[in-house]
Every structure is written in structure tokens, then in C-alpha cells.
Ligand binder design. Structure first.
Ligand code: FAD
Length: 375
């Protein structure tokens, strides 16, 4: 630490940092300065984005006001994107070339999508990440397709791809889901996969199990020389690590995510903590998810406080099982807990209630606001 009070930088306005801001608002920490850096003044809550796509929610319903939360916490908000990190020199490099020094850094910047991974996608497809940008351009993207056109294609056979394909089916156009050769919902229990397959069939979503090779102006090219015509391609493939972390000096895993230990500290730089999708725990194996990012929020807040006070940090064990609710877009959801699953309208009601309560709890629209119509 430098002489005097430490400088805290919260990089990224992700799900875990919501808890940190709330904690700082309740009890201010002894810091010389605290800064939140995020390119957008709001966070789009991912759990509700498929509902926005399906027209169940207005875009504002999933919006959490980071600027307001930062102000309430006495944290200065800096509207900027980090493009580099010098862990040895303890400074974050911003897109305008300036840099922010820190004594303690907390990373919650999520993951991103590699727009170059699929040829043609950068020019002809829409990427679901960053979520805020996706939500902003959603209306014009939806409006671009002709009512008698070939419909839309979603690429990505994970939870986001499934939910987005099902949500798009609420709109009057055909939808195809490209799962990339991998099993639909890889990593989910077999019962959930079966339920999801039935839901896709019920909704009339065409499931294409081959790999997408490229995207053109009005088609997606698949393995085996198949061309699927479409007027709108949505890329919902898994997230990758921000590439600039590679030059940071932080210890990273083989995919470029920050390696952290039980206290959420970087294994190479103890003054750097990381949580959410950007972090990989070296001691436990957990999937990346919004639920895990949210659950890490309180331990992150506590350990930042302890570190700033020069006290020993406490270990955090992420839950092995979490409640999982997949929206089917038709007023139903698939619920799972470990290997057990069930589905129904009650599960959608439950998910809707949890999601809107979460947004409202973090200063977003009051629960009933933003709801356009029941799913
Ligand atoms: C459509 C969709 C639906 C999903 N639904 C669910 C669900 O129902 N349940 C679930 O558990 N998971 C869900 N997920 C996964 C979930 O979105 C992620 O796991 C979660 O967002 C990770 O949270 P995070 O805090 O790590 O980062 P994020 O929520 O991604 O937040 C990252 C923040 O950092 C900011 N940021 C990014 N880069 C920079 C930078 N360079 N400089 C400064 N700031 C930066 C961003 O603007 C953003 O504010 C869904 C994902 C998608 C795409």
C-alpha cells in the first residue's frame, strides 16, 4: 500500500460489484478514493434479457443503475473501458490512454465474445455480449426482418442460446438454433436436456446440430455445405476472457481468465481480487454463471474491506449446486437443482419473481414496472 489511505478501483460494473457498492453504501470504508470504472452507467441483468427479446419485458425492466449505486456508495464513477492492466505497476490503462493507479483492485468485468472467431459474423451477425449494447440495438434488429422472410438463426447451444431461441419464437417468424455439434445444454443434467428438447419441438424451433462455419448477409453456412437462409443471426456462444489481460502480468488460466484462490485474491497479485466470469478458482471447479457471480458478491465485499483494513481475508467456497431456471418463452420454465429437474408455469412465475426482485433490490425499476405482458 502507498502511505496513507489506500486507493480502491472497482473495474467493471458486474453482478458481484453490485454487492460491493451496496456494502460501501451501508458502511463506508477508509479509503483515499474509490472508483468504479465501467463503459456503461447501467448493468443489463442477463437473466431478464431473453424476456426483453421475447417482448415480455421492456428493456428498462432489466436495467440496474450503476451510476446511482456508485453515488450512494461514495464511489466516483468513471465512464471508461479498460484496455490494459499493469499489475506490477498497479495501474489500469483506459481506452483514452490515461491510467488509474490503485492500491487495491477488484475485477468484475465478465467475459466477452470473440467477434473474429466465426468468419463473417462481425459484419453480418449480432452478438449477445456486451449485453447492454445488444439490448440497445435489439428493436432495430428485430424490425429488420420481413414478416414473410426466412426467419432468424441463433448460434450457441448453451443456456443463453436456448433461452434466446425460445424467446424469439414468441415473435411471428421461424427460428433455428445451431448447437455447433456439441450436445444441447452441455453440462446440464440429462433430464433438463430432454425437457429443453421437448420445449424446442413444442415451440417449432428447428435445431441444427452442426457447426456454423461462416455468416453471410442473408445466410449461415453450416458444416456439410448446408446454407441456412436467415434475416438476422444472433451469436450466443460462450464467453472468452478479455484479451488485454494477457499482458497484465496476472496469473491466468489456459483460457486467459484470472486465477484466484479461496479468498478471491489473484494467485500472483494479492492486492487484486476477481469474481464472476472473469475469474477461475484454482481450488474448486465451478461453471461460470450469473448466479455464481452474484453469490461471490458478499464475500468479495467482505474481503475487500478486510484487505483495505490490513486484516486477514476469509475463504469463500462457492456453492456446488445452485438453483437453475431456464425460461422457455412460452410462460413456462425448466427448473433444476443438481441432477433433479421439473418444469411448468410455476417455474416461470418463480424465475420472473426472483429476477424482478433482484433488479428492484439493486435500484432498478420497481417490480411491476417494465412488465409488458405476462409470458
Ligand atoms: C442472454 C443471457 C442470459 C443469461 N441468463 C442467465 C441466467 O438466467 N442465470 C445465470 O446464472 N446466468 C445467466 N447468464 C450468464 C450471465 O450473464 C453471466 O454469467 C454473468 O453476467 C457474469 O457476471 P459478471 O459479474 O462476471 O459480469 P457481467 O455481468 O458480464 O458484467 C461485466 C461488467 O463489466 C463491464 N466491463 C466489461 N469489460 C470492461 C472493461 N474492459 N472495462 C471496464 N468495464 C468493463 C461491463 O460493462 C459490465 O458492466 C446469461 C447470459 C446471457 C448472455
Amino acid at each position: 500500500m502507498t502511505a496513507g489511505l489506500p486507493r480502491l478501483v472497482l473495474l467493471g460494473g458486474g453482478h458481484a460489484h453490485l454487492h460491493v457498492l451496496q456494502d460501501l453504501a451501508r458502511t463506508p470504508s477508509a479509503v483515499a478514493a474509490a472508483v468504479l470504472v465501467s463503459p456503461h452507467g447501467t448493468l443489463s441483468y442477463s437473466g431478464m434479457v431473453p424476456g426483453v427479446v421475447g417482448g415480455v419485458y421492456a428493456p428498462s425492466a432489466c436495467t440496474i443503475p450503476l451510476v446511482r449505486l456508485a453515488a450512494a456508495a461514495g464511489v466516483r464513477y468513471v465512464a471508461a473501458e479498460a484496455v490494459g492492466l499493469d499489475a506490477a505497476g498497479r495501474r489500469v490503462v483506459l481506452a483514452d490512454g490515461s491510467s488509474l493507479p490503485y492500491d487495491v483492485l477488484s475485477l468484475d468485468i465478465g467475459g466477452q465474445q470473440d467477434v473474429q472467431a466465426l468468419p463473417g459474423a462481425a459484419g453480418h451477425a449480432v452478438f449477445v455480449r456486451p449485453l447492454g449494447a445488444f439490448v440497445q440495438r435489439l428493436a432495430s434488429w428485430l424490425g429488420a426482418a420481413r414478416p414473410d422472410g426466412p426467419g432468424r438463426v441463433v448460434i450457441g447451444g448453451g443456456a443463453a442460446g436456448f433461452e434466446l431461441a425460445m424467446a424469439l419464437r414468441r415473435r411471428p417468424l421461424p427460428v433455428a438454433l445451431v448447437t455447433g455439434g456439441a450436445q444441447l445444454l452441455a453440462g446440464y443434467p440429462p433430464g433438463v436436456v430432454r425437457r429443453a428438447e421437448r420445449a424446442l419441438a413444442r415451440a417449432g424451433v428447428e435445431v441444427l446440430r452442426s457447426r456454423a462455419l461462416s455468416v453471410g448477409p442473408a445466410f449461415v453456412e453450416l458444416e456439410g455445405g448446408v446454407r441456412r437462409a436467415c434475416e438476422g443471426c444472433l451469436i450466443a456462444t460462450g464467453s472468452t476472457a478479455p484479451p488485454w489481460l494477457a499482458g497484465s502480468g496476472l496469473a491466468l488460466d489456459s483460457q486467459g481468465f484470472v486465477r484466484t484462490g479461496p479468498t478471491l485474491q489473484s494467485v500472483s497479485h494479492p492486492e487484486v481480487l476477481a469474481a464472476g466470469d472473469v475469474a477461475t478458482r484454482v481450488d474448486v471447479d465451478r461453471p461460470r454463471s450469473g448466479v455464481q457471480a452474484v453469490r461471490a458478491g458478499l464475500p468479495l465485499a467482505r474481503n475487500l474491506r478486510l484487505l483495505l483494513a490490513g486484516r486477514p481475508l476469509r475463504p469463500y467456497t462457492p456453492p456446488r449446486r445452485t438453483l437453475n431456471l431456464l425460461a422457455c418463452g412460452d410462460g413456462r420454465a425448466i427448473m433444476s437443482w443438481g441432477g433433479w429437474s421439473a418444469e411448468g408455469r410455476w417455474a416461470w412465475w418463480w424465475k420472473d419473481h426472483i429476477d424482478r426482485a433482484f433488479v428492484a433490490h439493486h435500484g432498478g425499476p420497481a417490480e411491476a414496472q417494465g412488465l409488458i405482458r405476462a409470458a
